[in-house]
Design a protein around this ligand. Structure first.
Ligand code: GRF
Length: 179
């Protein structure tokens, strides 16, 4: 069973759902996330765990991990999840948390990866699916695909299209491998 962590639009969550993957729970860091509406429309249990409701990040992450495990989750996918995960969460799903990121890591980590690649003037950027650790987009790479920067006007759209294909592919392989 797959759990998906989200914070916003949820187009990657939608790609996982459309691929028919066994998404059994969706957890959001924000109450107002469009991703929660997508989960509801798909009939997938969802919940918000906003930081403001908890004493600290570890408490929030522990509650979120409890909730995911109650839903039988074995593999966690960060799909546009905008917070770092703390050790109490990572320890509950060792080697079983992946993230999709819109650059060829280790180039352009962080929340502005597409704009940063455009500003840097590189010719090629891309998409990375990687295992999550405590760092900001630092875990071991599982799969990468390059995307040419030009034409610049359509870069974001083309990157998202690659994400929506690559993430379900990798998640299907990991889920099939018993994660
Ligand atoms: C994606 O570009 C993802 O790589 C990045 O945040 C964006 C989330 O988009 N981490 P969405 O919420 O899946 O539509």
């Amino acid at each position: 069973m797959i759990g998906v962590l989200v914070s916003g639009e949820g187009s990657n969550l939608q790609a996982l759902l459309d691929a028919g993957l066994p998404v059994a729970a969706v957890a959001s860091s924000r109450r107002a996330a469009r991703a929660l509406e997508r989960a509801e429309a798909a009939g997938v249990p969802s919940a918000a765990f906003p930081l403001d409701d908890y004493g600290d990040r570890e408490q929030r992450d522990t509650t979120m991990a409890d909730w995911l495990q109650e839903h039988g989750i074995r593999l966690v996918v960060c799909a546009g999840y905008m917070h770092l995960l703390t050790v109490p969460f990572l320890a509950r799903f060792p080697g079983r948390i992946v993230n999709v990121h819109p650059s060829l890591l280790p180039a352009f980590p962080g929340t502005r990866a597409i704009d940063d690649a455009l500003a840097a003037g590189v010719e090629t950027t891309g998409v990375t699916v990687h295992l999550v650790d405590e760092g900001l987009d630092t875990g071991p790479v599982i799969r990468q695909e390059p995307v040419p920067v030009r034409p610049r006007e359509t870069l974001a759209e083309r990157i998202h299209a690659v994400e929506h294909r690559l993430l379900p592919e990798v998640v299907r392989e990991l889920a099939g491998a018993g994660r």
